[in-house]
Design a protein around this ligand. Structure first.
Ligand code: MTE
Ligand code: MO
Length: 315
């Protein structure tokens, strides 16, 4: 059996989609991928290391997708013979034709079969140089943003909506849309980069600097992470030092945000991939400890810097 470095993670957004836990494993031997049968071979080898009953189910190819110009994501479904409709979804992340990571998303009925309970350490991912690199490697420019709402579009009651900043802060804040405008807005002209490989240039977002909001909330000195929750149940996380460079955007190209783009407010953190720019944001939680948001639990990077191509976790 292969020796694996794996850890497990979970969050509410994934649970709402029937995923109880995710097992994320580093593929140690740099396995070269030439075709789909190589991918299948890797999965088969890992199944028995990850699950107590492996080898008894059916493994079916589902889809593959290129992520930027350097990465490919393969999806398979693994169905054990003794369960009804439920299946384990398997994802393999391939970088420059080498399999680097394998993830299993596990519905409730399977959890007891999982062998792992380690913790992921995001700090190892942040040691790379902190100088700003050039441009957006592996991206292709397109004219308009593609709308994503992985957990649906929430219904909004702006009169009740608040942006809360809580957690490791001296003064928790709760801001209405009017409060935000009264703090003063600025317009940024930015390029926006989705991790899947598309970018849009020259978008204008108007909003309140997160650094301004943090002046009011007064984060404690131990704060390392900024975790965001949205009205649709979406979550994501960024290092605090990256998050404070962003804005809480209220307008796009001179008009209030369209509902599909996150009305009444979304984050815009231009130097990080788009999944970090949470739409319909309602709460910002500052903390010393890391935890995965929706996409981070599926293998995406804890920071997501565009210039360094931080698409997926590496450690
Ligand atoms: N709440 C929420 N925020 C989200 C997402 C989402 O599904 N839900 N998708 C993210 C992704 S992957 C990208 S690329 C951008 C896309 O922004 P747009 O939908 O305004 O084009 O939103 C990000 N913010
Ligand atoms: Mo994205």
């Amino acid at each position: 059996m292969v020796e694996l470095k794996c850890y497990t993670t979970a969050n509410e957004g994934l649970k709402s989609k029937g995923v109880e836990v995710v097992v994320d494993c580093v593929i140690e031997e740099a396995a070269v991928i030439n075709d789909i049968s190589d991918v299948r071979g890797i999965i088969e080898k890992h199944l028995e290391a990850v699950f107590k009953d492996a080898g008894k189910g059916i493994l079916v190819f589902d889809s593959n997708e290129s992520i930027g110009s350097t990465h490919m994501l393969y999806r398979f479904k693994y169905r054990a013979l003794d369960t009804s409709g439920e299946y384990i979804s398997v994802r393999i992340i391939v970088r420059n034709n080498r399999a680097s990571r394998i993830l299993f998303t596990i519905p409730r009925g399977y959890v007891h079969l999982v062998r792992f309970e380690n913790m992921y350490n995001p700090l190892r991912e942040l040691h790379t140089n902190n100088e700003e690199g050039p441009g957006a490697p592996g991206q292709t420019y397109i004219p308009n943003m593609i709308v994503y709402n992985i957990l649906g579009v929430p219904s909004i009651d702006v009169a009740r909506w608040r942006l809360e900043v809580v957690g490791s802060v001296e003064k928790p804040v709760s801001l209405s849309l009017k409060d935000l405008y009264e703090l003063g807005v600025e317009t940024l002209r930015v390029n926006f980069h989705c991790v899947t490989g598309w970018s849009v240039g020259g978008l204008e977002f108007t909003g309140v600097r997160l650094s301004r909001i943090m002046e009011i909330a007064a984060p404690r000195h131990n704060v390392k992470w900024m975790f965001t929750e949205s009205l649709d149940g979406y979550t994501t996380i960024v290092p605090y030092s990256d998050g404070v460079k962003g804005i809480v955007a209220l307008e796009m190209n001179g008009k209030p945000l369209d509902i599909l783009h996150g009305y009444p407010a979304r984050l815009i953190i231009p130097h990080l991939y788009g999944w970090k720019s949470a739409k319909w944001v309602s709460r910002i939680i500052l903390s010393e400890e890391y935890r995965d948001g929706y996409w981070e639990a599926l293998g995406y990077h804890p920071r997501g810097r565009v210039d360094l191509e931080e698409r997926f976790k590496r450690y």
